[in-house]
Design a protein around this ligand. Structure first.
Ligand SMILES: C[S@@+](CC[C@H](N)C(=O)[O-])C[C@H]1O[C@@H](n2cnc3c(N)ncnc32)[C@H](O)[C@@H]1O
Length: 337
């Protein structure tokens, strides 16, 4: 009887026909990482990482070597030409996904962490400081201290305030805070948390029709809320309406990602926002020239990478910059944008 032999490349294909494994290989093509580091980059449980690594190892995609008490994994360099062509084809597809973009950001933070560790090893005092600082004062003391940048005259809007964490942080530094949310449960939790502040007003309301007066805020905060808003352009137009000329909108949200579970389990409407998408939305709402900053990935966080965007409502044009009318007197004072 004639036996058909399976071409060896079929085995190699099985290993690649899985999004997680091909993402893993993309990372291991450029970096040699431990299981723990791969776990932090791909945001997967250690057992899942080990299982995928085993498949990739068994089918000749990945090799490892011991280092100290752990092992480091990388993609093998010895690939036959046909297998290499297969990988290039798959890589071309994987590299274009938002998951791969997120992975590559997290690799940078994992490598930075490794560098800190080796610095610690080689130069005692400077290398010890980051760890010691965290141990003595906690990991947020730098950011919390920077709240001193908030001016005591500012009126701040915490739009989509949830349980009021941001309002609680900023209230001791700002003039006053108005916190808005449309969930009765969140409003009641925020009221409880913020009860001791006499400069905080908690108001039920929707981002699309804010219960805030025109041109009354110095700063509007929208943290982790825009991805819930079906028509973000309405919420941004409202933020523009309630800000003073020159007032700032600070937005924190997720960068584009492909985490289906967040849509299903947490009711997210948007899978993050790219710089281009957000600047178009902001521009349309009257905020020109917004800045978009990816936030450094936190290796202990399970969610997608965040960005912060800062936009300003345009200042009023000064009277001498406006066209003079026929009588030579300046045109009436007007707001630009
Ligand atoms: C994920 S929580 C974030 C809370 C808070 N900003 C924080 O950073 O901790 C999102 C909040 O936005 C509120 N929210 C979502 N869509 C809203 C809308 N259209 N109008 C007002 N609040 C909204 C939800 O009720 C929820 O409290």
């Amino acid at each position: 009887m004639h036996m058909t032999q399976t071409p060896p490349i079929f085995d190699r294909m099985t290993a690649l026909a899985d999004t997680t494994r091909s993402r893993m290989l993309l990372v291991l093509e450029r970096h040699e990482l431990t299981v723990n580091e791969i776990r932090a980059v791909l945001q997967l449980p250690q057992s899942t990482v080990s299982r995928h690594l085993k498949v990739l190892g068994d089918q000749g995609w990945v090799v490892s070597r011991p280092e100290g008490t752990s092992r480091r994994y990388r993609m093998t360099e010895k690939l036959e030409p046909s297998v290499r062509r297969l990988w290039h084809l798959v890589r071309e597809q994987v590299v274009a996904t938002s998951a791969a973009a997120q992975d590559s950001r997290r690799v940078q933070s994992v490598l930075a962490h490794r560098r800190t560790r080796s610095q610690k090893f080689f130069s005692s005092a400077a290398g010890q400081w980051d760890r010691l600082r965290g141990e003595l004062f906690g990991s947020r003391s730098d950011i919390l201290g920077l709240l001193g940048l908030v001016d005591e005259s500012w009126r701040v809007g915490d739009l989509g305030c949830g349980t009021g964490q941001l309002s609680e942080l900023i209230a001791p530094f700002a003039g006053n805070v108005v916190a808005v949310d449309d969930s009765a449960a969140m409003i009641s939790a925020a009221r409880k948390r913020l009860a001791s502040f006499d400069n905080v007003a908690v108001r039920p309301g929707r981002l699309e029709a804010l219960p805030i007066e025109d041109g009354s805020l110095d700063v509007a905060l929208m943290f982790l809320v825009l991805h819930y808003v079906v028509e973000p352009e309405l919420a941004l137009a409202e933020a523009h309406r309630v800000l003073k000329p020159g007032g700032r909108l600070i937005l924190v949200d997720m960068m584009p990602h492909d985490r289906q579970d967040l849509l299903h389990e947490m009711g997210h409407v948007w899978r993050g926002f790219s710089e281009e998408q957000l600047s178009e939305l902001l521009q349309a709402a009257g905020f020109p020239g917004a800045r978009y900053h990816p936030l450094p990935a936190d290796a202990s966080a399970r969610g997608p990478t965040l960005f912060t965007a800062v936009a300003r409502r345009a200042f009023a044009a000064r009277p001498h910059e406006l066209d003079a009318d026929a009588t030579g007197s300046p045109a009436p004072f007007a707001l630009s944008a």
